[in-house]
Design a protein around this ligand. Structure first.
Ligand SMILES: Cc1cc2nc3c(=O)[nH]c(=O)nc-3n(C[C@H](O)[C@H](O)[C@H](O)COP(=O)(O)O)c2cc1C
Length: 426
């Protein structure tokens, strides 16, 4: 009779927790300790003049202690003249290096990866926050959003080249400060995404007119970052599967963009989708069957896997241990991207790795106010408040009233927009 070994054989099926606990080595040699990744969530915890704070250190230490393998920061801006929200951190020179170093040290203190998400909002910036907004073309917002977002000014060629250098410069400073990688925000309708979209980009020069020309901006951003950070430093990108907007960026174009990025040496692609005008990233307007199956953009991830050899992360809708393990076991993706769950359960990775399910459910948070709900403004305000609580050393409050926190969030945001403007005027 064969004796039973106590150590499981290499080919024994893995438990869901074991599947999530496997480390992953990126092609450049960087080791990520497990398959759980925190997707970017804008913290709005910078100072009024957009510098990093102790609140960010507390928040990222909390996520590091929670066992996350790959932690991606909320979007950090490359240009002081172009904020997405009041309280964004801006990195355009080395003046905040000591504070950035403390932030990086807090987020890496358990040996996980900490990547800085780097962004420029382009036209997606609320009216009144910046002196003006810019974009590849001067295309107005949907008519029901035009009161909140101004029609942008078209960027000149010199300005485009300056922005490309800025993406590279911010990445270089992130590396110098101790972040272990960077991520280009190429999704959700911000500047990179505006360049890629035939709806937002109507240019007829080398930056628009054909899919190849519309891709030029993101490829130049990647090349400039690579030039400034060197070849072994991870550079990832978050990209839309599609914009879900008539005349927008399609799945076919997204696949072509991913092929081009892979050839140009991107280290990791995170798949998401949607824009402010069609916010598919949080599950709004996704089919009920898609939401029930957890991962909103899984079908597209499968297409990418079949077409391109590249590490893949998928974000949007993951809610259970079994759902996450199945997605990894299917072989379609390498990392599970988590947003909202980590805003209410910062220690969730440790729980999942012990084989436990999340404690909290992510329910849609709605106000009943049409435009507010369509733009997922309420969601963002509510979750941002949870991040702020953790930044202040408190626990998140998963049962907090939606409408109340939305109202407080809007008042704070409006007040901070006003104060940010005054500060800049002085
Ligand atoms: C409060 C909040 C802020 C967000 N900020 C960003 C951001 O700065 N950059 C980004 O790429 N995505 C951002 N997102 C989107 C998330 O990264 C993620 O794509 C989305 O929440 C879906 O994942 P989930 O279903 O796990 O929450 C944000 C989401 C929330 C709720």
């Amino acid at each position: 009779m064969a004796s039973r070994s106590k150590t499981p054989s290499k080919n024994a099926p893995k438990s869901p927790a074991q599947t999530l606990a496997q480390s992953f080595r990126l092609p450049n040699g960087v080791l990520v300790p497990n398959r759980l990744a925190k997707s970017a969530m804008s913290e709005a915890l910078g100072t009024l003049d957009n510098r990093p704070t102790e609140r960010l250190e507390r928040l990222y230490a909390r996520w590091a202690d929670g066992g996350i393998g790959l932690c991606i920061t909320g979007n950090v801006m490359i240009d002081r003249r172009a904020l997405g929200e009041p309280g964004n951190v801006v990195v355009e020179d080395e003046s905040d290096l000591p504070a950035l170093r403390r932030w990086a040290a807090a987020g890496t203190r358990r040996g996980g990866q900490l990547w800085m998400q780097i962004n420029h909002p382009g036209k997606q910036s609320p009216r009144g926050l910046n002196r003006e907004t810019v974009s590849p073309s001067a295309i107005p917002f949907r008519s029901d959003m035009a009161a909140f977002f101004a029609t942008p000014r078209e960027l000149g060629d010199d300005e485009i080249l300056d922005l490309i250098r800025r993406y590279g410069n911010t990445a270089r400073i992130a590396r110098k400060a101790g972040f272990t990688g960077v991520q280009i925000h190429g999704a959700h309708g911000y500047l990179v995404s505006q360049f890629l979209s035939p709806h937002h980009n109507r240019r007829s020069d080398r930056w628009g007119g054909s899919p190849e020309n519309r891709r030029r901006f993101v490829l130049e951003v990647l090349a400039e970052m690579r030039r400034q950070v060197g070849k072994d430093f991870p550079i990832g990108i978050k990209l839309n599967s599609a914009d879900f907007q008539r005349g927008g960026f399609t799945e076919d174009e997204s696949l072509d963009a991913i092929r081009a990025l892979a050839e140009a040496g991107i280290d990791l692609v995170e798949i998401s989708g949607g824009t402010y005008e069609a916010p598919a990233m949080t599950g709004i307007e996704r089919k009920a069957s898609t939401v029930a199956r957890e991962a909103y953009f899984m079908e597209f991830a499968e297409k990418v896997r079949a077409a391109v050899k590249l590490p893949l992360m998928l974000t949007g809708g993951f809610r259970s241990l079994a759902g996450m393990a199945q997605a990894l076991d299917s072989g379609a993706i390498d990392f599970i991207g988590l947003g909202r769950l980590l805003a209410v359960e910062p220690d969730l990775p440790s729980r999942l790795l012990r084989g436990e399910d999340p404690r909290e459910e992510i329910k849609p948070i709605s106000t009943g106010i049409g435009m507010v709900d369509r733009m997922a403004l309420m969601e963002v305000a509510w979750y941002t408040r949870q991040l702020r609580r953790m930044g202040e050393g408190r626990n998140p409050r998963p049962r907090e009233s939606g409408l109340q926190s939305f109202a407080i969030g809007m008042i704070e945001n409006g007040w901070n927009t006003f104060r940010t403007r005054r500060l800049r005027a002085s």
